[in-house]
Design a protein around this ligand. Structure first.
Ligand code: LFR
Length: 491
């Protein structure tokens, strides 16, 4: 085929989108046909995802793609870690719980009493995030849902199952669970069983590029799709797709996948499972074609978006571009905090608003109190850039790599102030874009699976470079980042 027309579904914690992609020899075009807000919902004592609502929006998006012409493939990626459980009839057992639910507080320590942290890291190579699937499952032990579950499906696999009727677990996303062996790239059955978790609920693994199945005929008819449209396993962890969508021209690059979370790291051939990597709490997640995403999770633009949500609820500020302009005029590095503090993890509420939590961290650290919303925004962005600086340095030290550029992809690549601060803090040029890197990576992997001449990551990235418009930020001297770094008390 000359050109492939694909539907790339990319689901984020704050919004989901369905893109119509066209991939040809010198063509890579993505058009957003459907976007919808997403948020976890508090239901009783649980913070859950409206997965059925997400499914409905995915269908609405697919229908819109179908309305623009033929569809040769469909791929779905989403945030990681979260899952739905199916019963023996293949029906969903309850709602999928959000990783920001508080049920995992204190769970890692309990797990380490059974299997010591170094032993776990040697197998999974994962950063200790309290919400890793393994900790969520331990928190759910004894619950009626887990007791009766037959199958665990990560969210993109659940949505793929609803489209096709086929179950499985795509490897890049499985690699974020804490139930997966980073070296063998299989489920870590021994570890799972030592933790008293049911390994039988883990479905067969599949790699990006495999065909999951065809859209169910009745559904295809409803969506105006051809009957045999394949649903393709892409790098279904959004960050893995975003790293495919990094327009790097050589191997010496670092990336920051910047959305709700910021993922700061490098691409490697093999995991780094050293004690030093464990102590630095770095993660080894799976990438396309067996690559390793050696990276650190940084809280990301979450803190900013939750502040804006809090301010708009009280009518203070709702205009993000205006706030960013004002923040650019604020003095640099006046107030810095540890943006990775766990107290910033939970959603903002009227009782516990996000802006207050940031102010409390500043006060605790003896930093000047930001006196206005723009000053607080500046504090968040300076603190993020400082975190990028520190984690990038650690990534390079631990992996023995050196880089000459930092690629910022994802929604955050459109935040010029943050990109400039990142270049300044890291002392390296920043190349910004594409902002829809995850959808781009999703489409490229589908295209290859359907026969496009894109043999490897280098070929995919070359096509991406030929077809994208990228921003560039040079590091500016003059600010004392090392001194600012010393001011941040790390948790
Ligand atoms: C980014 C992301 C991160 C993951 C976090 C929670 O969207 O997928 O990579 O750690 O969300 O799933």
């Amino acid at each position: 085929r000359q050109e492939l027309r694909l539907a790339a579904v990319d689901l984020g914690a704050t919004s989901g989108r369905v893109m119509a992609a066209v991939v040809g020899r010198d063509r890579l075009e993505l058009t957003e046909v459907h976007r919808f807000p997403n948020a976890a919902v508090q239901v009783g004592d649980e913070l859950v995802w409206d997965v059925v609502g997400i499914h409905r929006e995915v269908l609405a998006g697919l229908r819109k793609v179908a309305a623009t012409g033929p569809v040769h493939g469909i791929g779905i990626d989403s945030w990681a870690v979260d899952y739905g459980l199916l019963d023996g009839d293949g029906r969903l057992l309850g709602n999928a719980v959000s990783h920001r639910d508080r049920r995992t507080a204190g769970i890692p320590a309990r797990v380490y009493a059974t299997v010591p942290a170094p032993e776990i890291y040697a197998v999974t190579g994962l950063q200790e995030l309290p919400f890793n699937t393994v900790f969520q499952l331990v928190a759910a032990t004894g619950s009626a849902a887990l007791e009766s579950a037959r199958t665990l499906l990560l969210l993109p696999d659940l949505l793929g199952y609803w489209l096709t009727g086929e179950v499985g677990a795509e490897r890049t996303n499985a690699s974020t669970t804490g139930l997966y062996d980073a070296s063998t790239r299989e489920w870590a059955v021994g570890l799972v069983e030592r933790l008293g978790l049911p390994s039988t609920i883990l479905p067969p693994l599949r790699s990006p590029g495999e065909i999951i199945g065809r859209v169910r005929p009745a559904l295809a008819a409803e969506l105006d799709l051809r009957e045999d449209v394949p649903v393709i396993a892409v790098a279904s962890h959004d960050t893995a797709s975003a790293v495919v969508g990094v327009p790097a021209g050589s191997d010496s690059f670092a990336y920051i996948s910047s959305g709700t979370w910021s993922l700061v790291g490098v691409e490697l051939d093999k995991p780094v499972l050293s004690e030093a990597a464990r102590r630095a709490d770095f993660t080894n997640e799976g990438g396309l074609d067996g690559t390793v995403r050696f990276l650190k999770n940084v809280t990301g633009l979450w803190v900013l978006s939750e502040c804006v949500r809090s301010w708009s609820a009280t009518g203070e500020y709702a205009d993000l571009p205006g706030l960013l302009d004002a923040a650019a005029g604020e003095p640099a590095l006046r107030t810095v905090v540890d943006i990775d503090d766990v107290r910033l993890l939970a959603p903002t509420t009227a009782d516990d608003p996000m802006p207050e939590r940031v102010l409390a961290l500043a006060e605790e650290a003896g930093e000047p109190t930001p006196a206005s919303a723009p000053a607080l925004v500046r504090c968040i962005l300076d603190s993020l850039a400082l975190a990028y600086r520190r984690h990038l340095r650690t990534a390079l030290e631990l992996s023995g790599r050196s880089v000459d550029v930092v690629h910022v992809v994802g929604g955050g690549s459109q935040n010029a102030l943050l990109c400039q601060l990142t270049a300044d803090a890291c002392g390296l040029p920043v190349i910004a874009g594409p902002s829809e890197a995850a959808a781009v990576g999703n489409a490229l992997v589908q295209a290859r699976a359907l026969g496009a001449d894109l043999p490897d990551l280098a070929a995919m990235r070359a096509l991406l470079r030929r077809t994208s418009d990228l921003g560039r930020f040079e590091p500016r001297p003059g600010l004392d980042w090392p001194a600012a770094e010393r001011r941040v008390p790390l948790t």
